[in-house]
Every structure is written in structure tokens, then in C-alpha cells.
Design a binder for this molecule. Structure first.
Ligand code: AMP
Ligand code: ZN
Length: 493
């Protein structure tokens, strides 16, 4: 397939540790698998960042004209508490805690996940398969691995034999870990352990009588190991070798390393051409994480209801903030950073509005073609959105000069600039024009000022029934009020 101006696209492949020229296995088609959420709690903003990075990548591929089959799974079984093979299933644990069915937990948090992603203007993946919907496929892969001699059964559980696999394959090649180091650095097995070696990992775990999520198998009632679902679903929908496998950096080991081992053991083939890993969103310099509580939820950002925030932010501002960092860089969330992003986002939206209105000339003082090429160059260099955004701001500067009549633009170039800006801003970065929300000179802004004023008067008169009614009705309409030091602000979800 030919890209714009015959350019090539480069992708950083975590497997080789290099930027490589992207050449899909089947010319204009791309198969992309991204590990989805474990749906036992609401997604935090860190989770959203990883999925947003791949949403942007999906969008850019589509813009270039590729036919992408994008598979992003839902983990609804098999993910144990400590990411290894011990502890309770995260979903079963939550179900017990809340005294509901595990599938009620799954449903609740899958709905939250979808609602959140919709607010951020994500494109839906082509297929969104679940682990529980692919138990049969997982059992088939285990049988295959057992048959090839890379796994063993102990007491109703099946474990992958890492040492045996390493005799003919390189376990650790993705994460850069050496098996010898793993052996010296891991704890000895406890006497009751069923594993032959601590590095081995579960393909199937026997369900103890109290375990609620269980399925029959040739080895008795049990449930699949966490890594197996992704091997089963990616192979089923994308084939034994496909183009891109993505996920957060923290999934490289053990999850993705184990996926490679399972696939190579069962098919004898390397499953993925390009492994891509998105970097972490941090808060106070530490990884956002469900388990440590060091996180912030999208709903808190949209309402401004969190002590670190001075105000509410719209989904597009948050998206813009994320896109200002390269997907492989760590990004730290703070109120100051969001304020700066909001300013930048507003400047960009204002300039796009201004461009529609500027007068044109016979000639242009600004080389729009060269500028457009630079936008593509940025994206073709491993999806470099911060450089793309720097180029967008270069256009903003020119638009403002044209408005002041210090520069000029032809009708043809104005159309080109307008279309290219819209393509990159809306189609590729996935931003939406939510400028209406901050513009208090518009009608909505005026109406909101009036309602906030009436609510303040009601509160001053201790008429809390009315003040609550105003806030609640607005909430029903998707408008959040946030009372801050400098008065009340609002945001629309
Ligand atoms: P989980 O639901 O825990 O399986 O995580 C879903 C996705 O979110 C995985 O791809 C993780 O790598 C990713 N993730 C978890 N924490 C963060 C974070 N702080 N920043 C970016 N991505 C994250
Ligand atoms: Zn996975």
C-alpha cells in the first residue's frame, strides 16, 4: 500500500528494541490485538491512557487507508489477584464482597468501561471478545501444548514448563530477562507448590470447591490461566501470526512473555510481528494503579471532584493532554498540566474557528504543502503526536497572523489547511470541539451564568431545596457544577 507522498511509517517494536519500517503481513490489511481491561472495578485514567494510545494508532492506520481488524478483549475470568498464579480471581473476589454474581460484576464494569471510552470519543474496536466466551479455545491450546511436551499436569492443574521450552526457544526475549537471572532471583518453591519450577506458569488451575468461576475440562473443573485468553482470542480472530500486539508497558512481563511462549509452544510460530507498548500515566510521580489507590477516575476529572483539581476538565482537554506526550513516554498528571493543556486546546479550537472566517488573497505567505508534509512526517515517525501538535501550533501562529493581516493565504491553501487541520485534530487525535463549554460569551455560557447565580441566591436564602434542584437537574442533563475557591464552574459530559 502506498502512503501519502510515498512515505514509510516507522514503528517502535518492543521485541527488537528498534524503530522498524512498518510492513503489514497482508498489504493493506492490519491485524491488531490490544489487551483489554480486567472488569472488576471502574477504569482509572491510567488504564484510559493505554487504550487511548491505541485508539490514536487505530485512527491513524484507518486514516492512511488500511483495513484494520482491531481486537480488544475483556478479561472477565482468570486474572488472579497478584498477577501471578496465586490468590483469588479478581472478579470472583469482588462478587463475594458485594454478594452478587461474578457476571454482574463483569456487566457493571464493562458498561462503565464503554461509557467512559465513549466520553473520550474512542472508536469501538472491530471485535471485543471475552475470556469466558473462549474457554473451549483455551482448552484446545492447552491440549496442544501438552501434546508437544511443553506443559505438565499436577493434581488437576496444568503448568507451562518454562525450562523445557527454553531448551528450544528464548523465554524472556520480549522483556529482556534472562532465564538464569530469573532462576537466581526467584524464591524457592514452597513444599506444597504444584509447579516443577518457580518460573512455570498456570495454563489451567483446578477450582477449589469454594471457587465460583469454574468450567469442566479434561483435567477436571477449573479455570484458565490469565495469559492464555489472549493467545486464544488473538489466534482465533487474527491468525497464528498477526501484525501488532499492544498493551501497557507493565504487561510485557509476565503477561506478554507468556503469550509468546504459549503461541510458540502450540504453533511453532512467533505470534506477533510488531509488539507495541504504551507507557504509564503517573500521579505524584508514581504509576496510577488500582491496587495502591494512587489513581484518579475519569468521572472525577469531568466533575472536578478531586482535591488535586482546581476545576473540571472536558474529555477533549484530557485527551489533548494525553496526546501532548509520546505514547512511549511516561506522563505525569497534575492540575497545572491540565490547565496548560486546556489553554492549548482552546487556542487550537479558536484558531480553527478563526481560519473559517479569514479573508483570502491571491498568494500565500505560508507553505501549507510543506507544513502538511511535516504533520505526516511526525505521525509516520512512530506516531509522534507531540511533534504533530507542535506543527498544529505552527499553523495556529500563521492563522493568527493572517487574521491580523500580517500574513496572507490563498483560497486553495485555506481549504487545504482547513481540511488537514480537521483531519489531524478530529480524525487522528480524536479531539472534539467542546469549546462551547469554556466560552461564556455564548448562549449556553449566558444561561449557565444565570443558573449559577440563581443557585447562589437560593443558597444565600438557605433555600437548599431550590439550589439542590438546580444542581440535580443539571446533572441529569449531563452538566456538572463544581464549587471552587473562585466561584462555581461547570462542565458538560
Ligand atoms: P488491567 O485492567 O489492570 O488489566 O489494565 C488494563 C490496561 O491498563 C493494561 O494495558 C495496563 O497496562 C494499563 N494500565 C494500567 N495502569 C496504567 C497506568 N498507570 N498508565 C497507563 N496504562 C496503565
Ligand atoms: Zn492480554
Amino acid at each position: 500500500m502506498q502512503l501519502y507522498n510515498n512515505q514509510t511509517l516507522k514503528v517502535y517494536n518492543s521485541l527488537s528494541g528498534k524503530k522498524e519500517i512498518f510492513e503489514p503481513i497482508n498489504d493493506s490489511h492490519i491485524g491488531m490485538y490490544v489487551c483489554g481491561p480486567t472488569v472488576y472495578s471502574n477504569v482509572h485514567l491510567g488504564n484510559c491512557r493505554t487504550f487511548m494510545s491505541f485508539d490514536m494508532i487505530f485512527r491513524y492506520f484507518r486514516h492512511l487507508g488500511y483495513k484494520v481488524r482491531y481486537v480488544r478483549n475483556i478479561t472477565d475470568a482468570g486474572h488472579l489477584e497478584n498477577d501471578a498464579d496465586e490468590g483469588e480471581d479478581k472478579i470472583a473476589k469482588k462478587a463475594k464482597l458485594e454478594q452478587i454474581e461474578p457476571m454482574e460484576v463483569v456487566q457493571r464494569y464493562t458498561v462503565d468501561f464503554h461509557n467512559t471510552l465513549q466520553k473520550f470519543n474512542f472508536l469501538p474496536p472491530s471485535i471485543e471478545p471475552t475470556a469466558t466466551g473462549h474457554i473451549i479455545e483455551q482448552i484446545e491450546i492447552i491440549k496442544e501444548i501438552l501434546e508437544k511436551g511443553f506443559a505438565y499436569e499436577t493434581n488437576g492443574s496444568v503448568y507451562f514448563n518454562v525450562l523445557k521450552f527454553s531448551e528450544s526457544n528464548e523465554y524472556g526475549k520480549l522483556s529482556g530477562r534472562k532465564l538464569e537471572d530469573m532462576i537466581t532471583n526467584t524464591r524457592e518453591l514452597t513444599a506444597q507448590s504444584e509447579k516443577q519450577n518457580p518460573q512455570d506458569f498456570a495454563l489451567w488451575k483446578k477450582a477449589e470447591p469454594q471457587h465460583i468461576m469454574r468450567w469442566p475440562s479434561p483435567w477436571g473443573d477449573g479455570f484458565p490461566g490469565w495469559h492464555l485468553e489472549c493467545t486464544a482470542m488473538s489466534t482465533k480472530y487474527l491468525g497464528e501470526t498477526f501484525d501488532i500486539h499492544g498493551g501497557g508497558m507493565d504487561l510485557k512481563f509476565p503477561h506478554h512473555e507468556c503469550e509468546i511462549a504459549q503461541a510458540e509452544a502450540s504453533t511453532g510460530k512467533s505470534p506477533v510481528k510488531y509488539w507495541m507498548h504504551a507507557n504509564m500515566l503517573t500521579l505524584n510521580g508514581k504509576k496510577m494503579s488500582k491496587s495502591t489507590g494512587n489513581n484518579i477516575y475519569p468521572s472525577e476529572i469531568f466533575s472536578g471532584d478531586n482535591e488535586i483539581l482546581s476545576k473540571a476538565y472536558t474529555p477533549s482537554v484530557v485527551r489533548f493532554f494525553m496526546m501532548q506526550a509520546h505514547y512511549t513516554s511516561i506522563l505525569d498528571l497534575s492540575d497545572d498540566a491540565l490547565l496548560a493543556s486546556e489553554k492549548g486546546y482552546n487556542r487550537l479550537m479558536d484558531a480553527m474557528g478563526t481560519l473559517e472566517k479569514v479573508d483570502t488573497d491571491k498568494t500565500s505567505s505560508f507553505d501549507v504543502d510543506a507544513w502538511k508534509q511535516k504533520c505526516y512526517d511526525a505521525m509516520n515517525d512512530d506516531f509522534n503526536t507531540p511533534i504533530l501538535i507542535a506543527n498544529l501550533f505552527d499553523a495556529v501562529k500563521h492563522i493568527n497572523l493572517i487574521k491580523e493581516r500580517k500574513e496572507n493565504i490563498s483560497q486553495e491553501d485555506k481549504n487545504l489547511l482547513n481540511n488537514t487541520l480537521k483531519t489531524f485534530v478530529y480524525d487522528v487525535l480524536g479531539l472534539e470541539n467542546q469549546a462551547i463549554i469554556k466560552d461564556d460569551s455564548n448562549t449556553l455560557g449566558g444561561v449557565m451564568d444565570l443558573l449559577i447565580e440563581l443557585r447562589n441566591q437560593a443558597r444565600a436564602n438557605k433555600d437548599f431545596a431550590t439550589s439542590d434542584q438546580i444542581r440535580d437537574k443539571l446533572t441529569d442533563l449531563g452538566i456538572q457544577l463544581k464549587d471552587g475557591k473562585d466561584g462555581t464552574t461547570f462542565s458538560i459530559n
